[in-house]
Design a protein. Structure first.
Length: 319
């Protein structure tokens, strides 16, 4: 195990084969690698975005994050009932929302996904999905009829490559799939699904092959379904504790905000644990109930460090 400063002033932690635990005194930086790791990985701390507050670039319990293809960061600033859009270095750009029940107002937004053209927001307590353009101008709402009962409490949202919308309904403990026109297509993960039955589903992601990855919080796992809602398999119910966030990169690696363990974990596309990073705390590389994770190009990892009211940035590299 070795520590050194990376270019730009970040801290680099490099580990080898076998079980590895390293702690940098005074920095709160904790790194674990699984004994099954067949390749050395390094994790570099790249900075913090935000702090507790109500101003621009400040957060209260940020619960959801998403990167668009240009690298802009969108944050579901849940405690402030708003969405913030920031550049990749963390500079404030614009804001949407504010507490309320009307269109263009939010009540505890818990998730956000940015496609590069549109932005979808899980406006949980208002029981709807709001659709914005990439500059956070209001476009519409799902369901369009305010009297329609499409969701209970939408906790997560994801968009497929062809524009299908997947919503994690944590109240009804199911995933709701809408077509590209916003019409109901199928519900899955509910009572009849046996092994695929969900408990308190949170954030969701669509992988490069169209598989749907669900942070199945109450079952302490990532549940995986096909694009039509057929249950396929799970990842690590023995390793995770109440995970609330998940993302998948272009190679199929699965990144998890392991909320109850105050860390993030990375799995191979086959479900093998590659590394776990973090511990409970307030220092660099420590977390307090992280609720979401988003992966950018070149191994850049963004973690919504919810209880610490900030976003932490890292880079994972294979040696």
């Amino acid at each position: 195990m070795r520590f050194r400063r990376a270019a730009g002033g970040g801290w680099r932690v490099a580990g080898g084969y076998g079980a590895i635990v390293g702690l940098m005194a005074g920095l709160g930086l904790l790194f674990f690698a699984s004994p099954s790791v067949a390749q050395e990985y390094t994790v570099t701390f790249h900075g913090v975005i935000g702090r507790e507050g109500v101003g621009f670039g400040e957060f209260l319990n940020p619960a959801g994050i998403s990167l668009d293809p240009a690298g802009n960061l969108y944050v579901a600033d849940s405690g402030n009932h708003r969405i913030q859009r920031l550049t990749q270095p963390g500079e404030y750009m614009t804001i949407f929302g504010g507490f309320g029940f009307d269109r263009q107002q939010l009540n505890q937004p818990m998730a956000v996904v940015a496609t590069g053209l549109d932005v979808y927001v899980a406006d949980m307590q208002n029981r709807r999905i709001q659709r914005l353009d990439r500059l956070l101008n209001f476009l519409g709402v799902l369901p369009e009829d305010p009297e329609a009962s499409l969701f209970g409490f939408p906790r997560g949202v994801a968009i497929s490559k062809v524009g299908e919308i997947y919503v994690a309904d944590t109240e009804n403990e199911e995933i709701v799939k809408l077509n590209t026109s916003g019409q109901l297509e199928v519900r899955f993960g509910g009572f009849s699904y046996e092994q695929g039955r969900l408990r308190r589903p949170a954030n969701i992601a669509v992988g490069p092959a169209g598989k749907v990855y669900v942070a199945d919080t109450g079952n302490h796992r990532i549940a995986i379904f096909d694009a039509f809602g057929g249950y396929l398999t799970e990842i690590s119910s023995d390793t995770l504790k109440a995970p609330e966030g998940v993302d998948v990169d272009d190679s199929g690696l699965v990144y998890v905000a392991d909320t109850g363990n105050h860390r993030f974990t990375v799995f191979s596309k086959e479900g093998t644990l590659l590394l776990s990073f973090g511990a409970q705390g307030v220092g660099i590389g420590s977390f307090s109930e992280p609720r979401d994770i988003s992966v950018g190009p070149a191994g850049k990892i963004y973690v919504a460090d919810t209880g610490n009211h900030r976003i932490q940035m890292f880079r994972m590299e294979k040696k």
